[in-house]
Design a protein around this ligand. Structure first.
Ligand SMILES: *Cc1c(COP(=O)(O)O)cnc(C)c1O
Length: 228
């Protein structure tokens, strides 16, 4: 049986190998453990094995686990669809929200962020392949929303996140990642404090690292298959 540390080491080794191939410093790529649908006990074991950051995509499910794990210094990232009537809980309970794609959400997250906490870290989610059913901003609207984020005291814009079109075609995924990189670099020209390009999951983390990702979000290949 693999231990949590074995699995962490294996994913870290994949990230390190991809960095080496791309001539990048592995310290420039963070690992987010995506724990959606996984039990709190598994999160605890990975945390104790040295993984500090976990991602959840449903607020109700996340809140139950956060309460079960209260006392552990976990860095919680929200990576799912944001309903604007849930922004208070998100602003109070998470350190990051990576899936912001509307001005209304942004404003409410800022308003609800408790004043004794540092500003909430934000990524704007981009619908990079302009898929009709998918969340995320149109690539053309990124600059404007980023500008609005800069005026809000309760949030700190860190960068961009995307989930490319689902396909086995590596060239297509790489192309999506490259277009994200161009958007990110353009945004950085007006805001050098940006440091996060959130791209890559279990199946494509190497490609993402080659194309400049600074944060990979890994569920299945780290925590195992999700219970159905
Ligand atoms: C589920 C999920 C992931 C992780 O997917 P795996 O293929 O299990 O690694 C990453 N990002 C988001 C936004 C997700 O919803």
């Amino acid at each position: 049986m693999d231990t949590e540390l074995d699995r962490l080491d294996r994913v870290r080794a994949r990230i390190a190998a991809a960095c080496l191939a791309a001539g990048r410093d592995p310290a420039g790529v963070r690992l987010l453990a995506v724990s959606k649908k996984q039990p709190a006990e598994l999160i605890r074991r990975f945390f104790e094995a040295g993984q500090p950051a976990f991602g959840e995509n449903r607020l109700q499910e996340a809140m139950v686990k956060q309460d079960q794990l209260a006392g552990l210094e976990i860095e919680w990232h929200f990576i799912g669809p944001v309903q604007s009537n849930k922004t208070r809980e998100l602003a109070e309970r998470f350190q990051w929200v990576q899936s912001v794609d509307r001005e209304k959400t942004l404003r409410r997250l800022s308003d609800h962020r408790p004043s004794d906490l540092p500003p909430l870290n934000i990524c704007l989610q981009v619908n990079i392949d302009r898929e009709p059913q998918k969340a995320g901003l149109d690539p053309n609207d990124v600059q404007a929303l980023a500008q609005q984020a800069r005026g809000l005291p309760g949030v700190r814009l860190r960068g961009l996140m995307a989930i490319p079109r689902f396909t086995d075609d590596k060239a297509s995924i790489r192309d999506s990642f490259q277009r994200m990189r161009i958007l990110y670099d353009a945004l950085k020209e007006s805001d050098q404090s940006l440091d996060t390009l959130s791209l890559g999951m279990s199946g494509d983390l190497e490609l993402a690292v080659e194309e400049g990702s600074t944060l990979v979000r890994v569920g299945t290949d780290l925590l195992g298959p999700r219970p159905s």
